[in-house]
Design a protein around this ligand. Structure first.
Ligand code: C2E
Ligand code: MG
Ligand code: MG
Ligand code: MG
Length: 291
């Protein structure tokens, strides 16, 4: 906390004699409290996973789900990963938290698998996890432990994590050899995009929401989206559109060859009980249409 206050006053340069104001103090206090609470959160099971359905855009069926972490904080209530993941990364907690996420997601996917529901489960992987030598072993052990088909697990990695192309290549090869799927998350927001696509083998590329937001109103964004879909079909990866909110976006995507997506148009991330209901409904619908 003192460090952070110092940082803020340094950032102000000349005005560093001015102590930080109340609003800044609240932010620093909250950050400090969150950081201090991370160990307890792991021990007390304060983290939980929400699931956002991933949809086949043409058939409107759910083929998978992205697991998204939440923190049910005793004082602050439900906290977004946008707020606490960076804090966990900085404080050196992301490896155990990431391990918990992989465990919980695989456990749930294995449960669905036992019920005859084959759902692809996607998990977000942060930089430090991806660079951790034990990562492949953790993934492999978890799959074995829950008897989950490796092909049902998808690891989402952002471009920025793959800056060291050679190391990433080796990691991705190892993951491929155990049979899990890999995807590039938030594609288009990093800066070495094409280089990465050319040098490593990945299964999916997730087109960032910002492109989906703009592609119907900005013709150069539309061209970029069409081009990346084209590259995907040439280099053999599938595209997943992130953050679809309008039917017109789905129509555009289907028309240009992107068949997978997720977004509020279909469903926001759901707590497990609600996700279960949605899956149940789909199972009933699929069953009744089979007769
Ligand atoms: P992401 O992996 O790119 O996940 C997509 C985010 O967009 C999610 O936010 C999701 O709720 C939101 N979203 C999905 N569809 C729509 C839409 O149609 N409209 C809008 N406005 N938003 C949509 P969320 O759950 O708050 O997660 C934020 C980020 O936190 C994730 O971005 C991911 O980078 C990170 N994150 C989440 N869970 C984990 C985790 O278990 N481990 C790590 N390392 N990072 C995580
Ligand atoms: Mg993601
Ligand atoms: Mg994303
Ligand atoms: Mg995103």
């Amino acid at each position: 906390n003192a460090d952070a206050a110092m940082y803020l006053s340094k950032k102000r340069g000349r005005n560093n004699y001015q102590f930080y104001n109340n609003e800044e103090k609240d932010i620093l206090d909250r950050k400090f409290i969150l950081e201090q609470g991370l160990t307890r959160a792991l021990l007390n099971n304060e983290f939980l996973l929400y699931y956002q359905p991933k949809v086949d855009l043409e058939t409107n069926t759910i083929y998978g789900a992205e697991a998204l972490i939440r923190w049910d904080h005793p004082e602050y209530g439900l906290i977004s990963p946008f707020e606490f993941i960076p804090i966990a990364e900085e404080a050196g907690y992301i490896i155990p938290i990431g391990k918990w996420v992989i465990e919980s997601a695989c456990k749930q996917a294995a449960l669905w698998q036992k019920q005859g529901i084959s759902l692809n489960i996607a998990v977000n992987v942060s930089a430090k996890q991806f660079q951790d030598k034990r990562f492949v072993k953790i993934v492999e052990d978890t799959l074995n432990n829950y008897q989950l088909a490796p092909g049902l697990l998808e690891l989402e990695i952002t471009e920025s994590v793959m800056q060291d192309v050679e190391e990433s290549y080796s990691m991705l090869q190892q993951l491929k050899s155990i049979g899990v799927k890999t995807s590039i998350d938030d594609f288009g927001t990093g800066y070495s995009s094409l280089n990465i696509l050319n040098s490593v083998s990945i299964d999916y590329v997730k087109i960032d929401k910002s492109f989906i937001d703009d592609m119907l109103t900005n013709s150069s964004t539309a061209s970029l989206v069409k081009t990346i879909i084209q590259i995907g079909s040439n280099l053999n990866f599938e595209l997943i559109a992130e953050g679809i909110e309008q039917e017109s976006q789905t129509n555009f995507l289907i028309q240009h060859g992107c068949h997978l997506g997720q977004g509020y148009l279909y469903s926001p991330p759901l707590p497990l009980e609600e996700m279960d209901k949605v899956i149940q409904k789909q199972q009933e619908r699929l069953l009744s249409s089979a007769f």
